[in-house]
Design a protein around this ligand. Structure first.
Ligand code: PHB
Length: 250
């Protein structure tokens, strides 16, 4: 790929343009994309134009730019995340209808919990999670499950890095986090009261694939002082059902 003066490839520049879109910033002007990508304005405008022509970005009636359906189509096609989400859906719907609180499915992506699905009811309480959004690995219940069952290198990388405070009760001390991870493995679930936001408690269980490896976390977000045990019963049953659908016979 041809490199620019700064040494980044065409692909790097396209990625920088696409990464200006976030779960909360889904429409932008070309000028905003240029500024946020850090690319020279003319380069950013040219890439935006090319991506629009290819259908990977789209312009709305106000000439603002959003991710194109073609990009969604390509990204979704035969994605393993989509297969997992589809297999998990019936069990997730049951958890949501019985617990009547947010029910979500997350996988590990670049040291964060990436949410593939979130089901919510009209009466569900607070929840900062978004589909295709991420939460910090050390702070969310799903993240704690993915970390507790993750490989050693990954755990040590997180434990030796900065554990940022998301809410007053987030674990920011490595020794305490290490003990929490041991507890998650011992109990087979994670409870995160007030770690992401003071008014909510996340509860998550692992989901294993046919090899027995933990590939996802299934969670509910409860009002802070709601009882955890009834939700755990539902989560465990649902995780087993998803695991059977994935071929796990353990
Ligand atoms: C959690 O999984 O711990 C969690 C997620 C979203 C929230 C609160 C807690 O809003």
């Amino acid at each position: 790929m041809a490199n620019s003066d700064s040494g980044d490839s065409v692909t790097d520049r396209i990625v920088r343009v696409l990464e200006t879109f976030t779960p909360t910033r889904t429409v932008q002007t070309a000028a905003e994309i240029g500024r946020r990508s850090g690319l020279p304005t003319s380069t950013a405008h040219r890439i935006v134009g090319d991506l629009i022509e290819a259908g990977l970005l789209e312009r709305d009636d106000d000439r603002r730019v959003r991710i194109g359906l073609r990009l969604w189509e390509l990204a979704t096609r035969s994605s393993h995340a989509l297969r997992l989400r589809q297999l998990a859906m019936p069990a997730m719907e049951r958890v949501q209808s019985r617990v009547r609180e947010h029910t979500q499915l997350a996988i590990l992506e670049q040291d964060e919990a990436l949410f593939l699905e979130r089901l919510s009811g009209p009466g569900s309480g607070s929840n900062v999670t978004r589909i295709a959004g991420r939460l910090p690995i050390h702070a969310s219940s799903s993240g704690l499950v993915l970390l507790a069952y993750g490989d050693r290198d990954f755990q040590e990388r997180i434990l030796s890095g900065k554990l940022s405070r998301v809410a007053p009760e987030t674990i920011t001390d490595a020794a305490i986090l290490r003990r929490k991870l041991a507890e998650v493995r011992h109990l087979g679930h994670a409870v995160a009261p007030g770690f992401i936001e003071s008014i909510a408690t996340g509860v998550a269980v692992p989901v294993r694939d046919e090899t027995g490896a933990v590939i996802a976390a299934l969670s509910v977000v409860l009002p802070r002082d709601a009882p955890v045990d009834p939700a755990l019963v539902e989560l465990r049953g649902a995780a087993r059902e998803i695991e059977r659908a994935l071929g796990f016979r353990g």
